[in-house]
Every structure is written in C-alpha cells, then in structure tokens.
Design a protein around this ligand. Structure first.
Ligand code: MG
Length: 174
C-alpha cells in the first residue's frame, strides 16, 4: 500500500470559466493559473505522483513552459495515472477537501465525484468529496484543495500452472 497527499491553491479571477474536478461550475469568476487552474485536479495529480515518489506536477509540467499555457489539467492527471500504472499500482480510494467561500460545492459534488471517478477509471464509491468555507482564514478569493489517495500494488498475473496446483507441488516434493 502507498499513501499520497496533494495540496493546491488558485486565486479567483474574472472572465474565465470555473473548473473544479474537471467540471465547469456556474460562477462569475474562475481560477487563474498557467493551465486551466483546476485546483482539484492539480492536487489529485500531486497526490498520485507523491504516492509513488515521482516528481511533482510543477516539475513535470513547468508553469514556465508555454506549451502548458491554458492546458486542460486532465493531461496532468492522465500522466500521473499512467505513472502509477507503470510501477504496478492501482488507486484504492481518494478523499479530498475543498476550501472556498463561493460557489457552494454541495449542489455540484455529485457531478464532480462522477467526473473524477470517470477520469481515474474507478467507481465513484471510492471518491470522497467534502467542501468547507474558509472561515477565519482570510482566503475568500482563493480555492484550496487537499487530497489523499491510497494505492495498492497490483497482484502479479499468475498462469494456471505449477504453483496454482498444490497436487503438482506435493508430487514434486515426494
Ligand atoms: Mg495548481
């Protein structure tokens, strides 16, 4: 088993769509950033990468590279997913907490959950979404995401020979 943790924050800006967890939410401001500013997908990407001790999102997709300008954050998430698969791990479950003043996440939580499950190729039963308001934190103009993931090593694929048949093993020992 491996645990991964990811954190991200983005500032609200006018004139851009608000994307959280790969879903466009109705709001008068979006999240600024070099890419599409999807704070939740960035935190998930870092949690997955962190779980396998891979380089983080900023190292793999540098904000100084023009090619990631306005990039769809799904690209980052898919790279992280590919990397955990390459080293033989699968996602067991994911839990996240969003901290933002507006908009209310409750009405959209189900859609975000379904979208994340689809992107990560898991059941939505293993995706937890929670949201809080930043009371007393003074971060009303930002969205923050905390994410933890649990990964499990894939079972080795066994052929139906030798070790699967105790009688054969017993025969060899005798
Ligand atoms: Mg980010």
């Amino acid at each position: 088993m491996r645990i991964g943790y990811g954190w991200d924050s983005h500032e609200f800006k006018s004139g851009i769509p608000l994307k959280i967890g790969g879903v466009i939410l109705p709001h008068n401001k979006g999240l600024g950033g070099h890419s599409d500013g999807d704070v939740l997908l960035h935190a998930i990407t870092d949690a997955l990468l962190g779980a396998i001790a891979a380089p983080d999102i900023g190292s793999l997709f540098s904000p100084s590279e023009p090619k990631w300008k306005g990039a769809d954050s799904i690209i980052f998430l898919q790279e992280a997913l590919k990397r955990i698969g390459n080293v033989g791990y699968s996602l067991v479950n994911l839990d996240c907490t969003l901290i933002l003043a507006r908009p209310k996440i409750g009405p959209h939580a189900s859609a975000i959950r379904a979208r994340i499950a689809e992107l990560l190729k898991v059941s939505k039963d293993v995706i937890g979404i929670k949201a809080k308001t930043p009371e007393g934190m003074g971060t009303e103009n930002a969205a923050i995401a905390h994410v933890v993931v649990l990964l499990e090593k894939n079972k080795p694929k066994q052929s139906r020979s030798k070790s699967d048949k105790p009688t054969t093993v017993a025969a060899k020992r005798s």
